[in-house]
Design a protein around this ligand. Structure first.
Ligand code: TTP
Ligand code: MG
Length: 386
């Protein structure tokens, strides 16, 4: 028996804009093309739940949205900002399980089977995920829990906004039976029409049919729906297991402007990233420093090394340099993070001419690695961290 979660952010682009500009909260906000007072030609990307009361939805022509809600607040999308939020969301999800299948910028499946017990129940685990996202990003996620992907997705859709809905195995058939056929995975307009024409309106109607009857109506697609209507969906959560980056970040208990604290935190994070890279046998070429201030504004600063690295010193030195270039006295920091990426670059080998300093550091690292491998990651620390 699996425990699958489907997570999807509420009104994602619009919610990010409302978060960053409190005067937009509680108002109909429409993200998309310029409505040009009703003459615009593009479409709606998404809209806030307040705007949905006017029957506005994604992909609707912006001119139509304007007619439905001329006093709405129309904003152009700021994709960079949404991508940054998305990256943070996915890194939070990865804190819970490596079994994360990204579906879109704001949506993922998680296989919680092996990890939910750390939080007693799947519902508790989902609550912690929602709270973490809320605390870190000030955004609402909705989560559906079920024994399979299809039902988890239906559950998260039904729970919106700011929802959490669990469909347990024993209730699954009853839950499915009442749904209209188009809720099943793969049932679009045409299939729905075919089914409805034969008087088949609900999933329960499909569930009551013999396979041969269903095949008569739908041909080979019949078998697929036969199983789905009975709650059988074995598709695994498809994880991209290739490591693309190694990162660590820290959220301070209280926002801080204490430079010594910040420096010590950067050192600790660099050490962790270095150790993880070394354990994975990886070296990275791109360093990125993430800083979130007390107002939730998140900044990243990047550095490209001339050679791939996994030692503590270059990672720490460069992240400190990036930090010092960015930071202004008095700014309060909520979170900092260090990330290394770009592990393989076929055009760039490692330096063949060994540098005595690098070599010496390598010996120190190897000794540290051995101690950490044996006694745990926290058994030995740099002086400036203590
Ligand atoms: P969705 O998750 O489909 O929509 P949403 O998050 O805005 O609202 P909800 O999930 O609460 O129903 O899509 C995520 C983002 O992707 C959305 O905020 C904007 C973008 N998007 C488009 O740009 N065009 C589209 O047609 C759709 C469906 C989404
Ligand atoms: Mg969404």
């Amino acid at each position: 028996m699996r425990t699958i979660a489907h997570i999807d952010m509420d009104a994602f682009f619009a919610a990010v804009e409302q978060r960053d500009n409190p005067s937009l909260q509680g108002k109909p906000v429409i993200i998309g093309a310029d409505p040009k007072f009703g003459k615009g030609r593009g479409v709606v990307s998404t809209c806030s739940y307040e705007a949905r009361r006017y029957k506005i939805h994604s992909a609707m022509p912006i001119s139509q949205a304007y007619r439905l809600c001329p006093h709405g607040i129309y904003l152009a999308p700021n994709i960079k900002k949404y991508k940054t939020a998305s990256q943070i969301i996915f890194s939070i999800l990865h804190d819970f399980t490596p079994d994360v299948e990204p579906v879109s910028i704001d949506e993922a499946f998680l296989d919680l089977t092996g990890c939910y017990h750390f939080y007693q129940t799947p519902v508790n685990c989902a609550r912690v995920i929602k709270t973490k996202i809320k605390n870190e990003l000030n955004l609402n996620a909705s989560i559906g829990l079920a024994p399979n992907k299809m039902v988890a997705k239906i559950a998260s859709d039904m729970s919106k906004p700011d929802g959490l809905l669990e469909i347990k195995q024993e209730k699954m058939l009853l839950f499915l039976a009442a749904l209209p056929v188009e809720k099943l995975w793969g049932v679009g307009g045409k299939t729905k029409e075919l089914l409805n024409k034969s008087g088949i309106k609900t999933v329960g109607d499909i569930g009551a049919m013999e396979l041969s009857q269903l095949k008569k109506v739908l041909g080979s697609q019949g078998e697929h729906l036969y199983w789905l209507s009975r709650g059988v969906d074995d598709r695994p959560v498809a994880v991209d297991r290739e490591v693309k980056s190694v990162s660590h970040e820290h959220t301070f208990d209280e926002d801080t402007s204490n430079k010594e604290n910040l420096r010590s935190c950067l050192s600790k994070l660099s050490e962790k990233v270095s150790y993880r890279l070394r354990r994975l046998g990886l070296k990275g070429r791109s360093l990125s420093l993430k800083i979130r201030l007390d107002n939730f504004k998140t900044f990243t600063r990047a550095h490209t090394f001339t050679q791939r690295v996994n030692q503590f010193d270059p990672i720490f030195q460069e992240s400190l340099k990036l930090f010092n270039e960015f930071y202004r006295d008095g700014w309060k920091v909520r979170l900092i993070g260090v990330r290394l990426s770009h592990f393989s670059d076929p055009f760039m080998g490692d330096n063949l001419f060994s540098d005595p300093l690098v070599e010496k550091r390598e010996q120190v690292h190897q000794a540290l690695d051995q101690i950490k491998n044996k006694f745990g990651e926290h058994s030995i620390q740099r002086g400036r961290v203590i």
